[in-house]
Ligand binder design. Sequence first.
Ligand code: 5AD
Ligand code: SF4
Length: 461
Amino acid sequence: MNVYDSEQIEKLLAPSRYKINSSFEVADLIIINTCAIREKAEQKVFSFLGRLADIKRRRPNLIIGVGGCVAQQEGKKILKRMPHVDLVFGTHAIYRLPYLIEKIETERCSLIDVEMSEVIEELESVIESSLDRTDPKVTSFVTIMRGCDNFCTYCVVPYVRGRETSRFPESIVNEVKCLVKSGVQEVTLLGQNVNSYGKKENLNSFPQLLGRVNEIDGLFRIRFTTSHPKDLSDDLISAFKNMDKLCNHIHLPVQSGANRILKRMNRKYTRELYLEKIDKLRNNCLDIAVTSDIIVGFPGETRADFEETLDLIKEVEFDGIFAFKYSDRPNAPAARFTNKITEQEKKDRLQILLNFQEYFTTKKNRALVGSNELVLVEGLSKKRVDKDDAQSKCQYVQWTGRTEANKVVNFIQSEGVIPGDRISKGKIVNVKIEKACSHSLSGKPVQVEISALKGEQSYAA
Ligand code: 5AD
Ligand code: SF4
C-alpha cells in the first residue's frame, strides 16, 4: 500500500517543478513515506531522518516531508524529535501535498497535517500514461479500498489508516484502463480486506469488481491482496475458476495455528475454518498457490500454541510465508496484554518456523521442475550468473519475471532457442523450468508469446 501511495505522490507532484531524482544528496524536496506496522520499520524512519540532518544543515532550502503511518501516529512529536523536518502529513493528507509544499515554499514554515476525513480525495487528474517514465511499468498496484475496521489486537492499521472506505468501481476500472494504456499488463488490487470491498457503501461486491477488471482489454493478469480468512466467500473462491485473468495464487494470512491465540488476536475465525477454506480453494482450483503471514511470539503464546502453528504449516503446505516476530504497537490492545514473550524466545521461534517452512517452499518449487511456465518479464535481474561454456567462462545477464502462481523465475536469454533480442520487459515468455532454488526458479526460454491474452497460443517464430 505504501508503494502505491508513493506512486500517487509522484503523480501528484508531476505537474510541479519537482522531478523524480534518485539521489537525496542533490534533491530539493525529500518525501519519506513511512510504515508503522512493526517497531523496526518505525526505527528505520528515525535513523534515516537523522542522516538527513546534515544535508539540511548544508542546504537549508531543502524541504523534508514525512508522510504515511508513522507521520499519522506521531504527528508533532516528529518535529520535536527531528526539528529539521518541514512537513508531517498523515495518511489522509496525501492529496493535499501539492498545496502543503507550496505553503512551505512561500511561507518558509513547518506544517503538520494529520487530519483524518471520512472520504479520502481521489487522484484522477494525472494519469499514468501522461507520466514521462523512462522505464515504463509492467506491473502495478491499484488501491481499491483504504483503512480497516477489523481491529486485530496486534495491529496499528485501523488507528493510522482510519475506517474502511471503498473507492468507486468506475474510478478503479478507469485507473486500470489508464495503466494498461501505458503498458501495464498485471495489476494487484489492494485492500486490507478485499472481501469486504463495497459492502459498507453498497457498491459492487469484490467478485463483481473483479469481473469488471477481468473484462479490460489488453490486461494480462489480475492479482489481489489481502483477503481476510473470515470473509473469504464462495463467490471469490469460484472467481479463481471463472475469471481467466485472475492468477492462481491467494495470499491468505493465518497469523497463528492455535485457536486460543486467534481468539486473543481477534481474528474471528478458527484453525478449522481456515483449513476448510483452504480445502475449498484447492477443490475449486487444483494448482492454486497459497501464501500466508504468521506472527510468532504473540503475548501469551505457549510452546504448545507455537507447535500448533507448525502443525498447520505442515497440514496446509504453503507455497511461501512471511513470518514476523510480534511487536508491540502504540494504541493496539495487545501492547497492554500480559505474558509477553521474551525477544530471544521470539527470535528462536521465528528461526524454527522459517526453517520448517523452507522444506515446503522447496518442495513446491521442485514440483515445477520440468514444467513449462508462462513468465511475465519484469526486467533484468540484478544478479549476473557465471557459466562455463565450451570455450570460456562467461558472465550472463539474467531476465526475471513471475509465473501466474507468483513464483520468481530467472533465465538467461542466450540459452534459449529463440533469438535473444526478442525478450524484453513486458514480454510473456514460455520458460521450461530446470532448477528450483529455495526462493526462485530458473529455466530456459522456449517461446515468446506475442499475444497478451492468456491461453492464446500465438508465438514468435
Ligand atoms: N507485530 C508483528 N507483525 C505484525 N503484523 C501486523 N502487525 C504486527 C505486529 N504488531 C504482520 C501481520 C500482517 C502483516 C502485514 O504484518 O502478519 O498480516
Ligand atoms: Fe490489521 Fe487485522 Fe486490519 Fe489486517 S485485518 S489491517 S491485520 S486490523
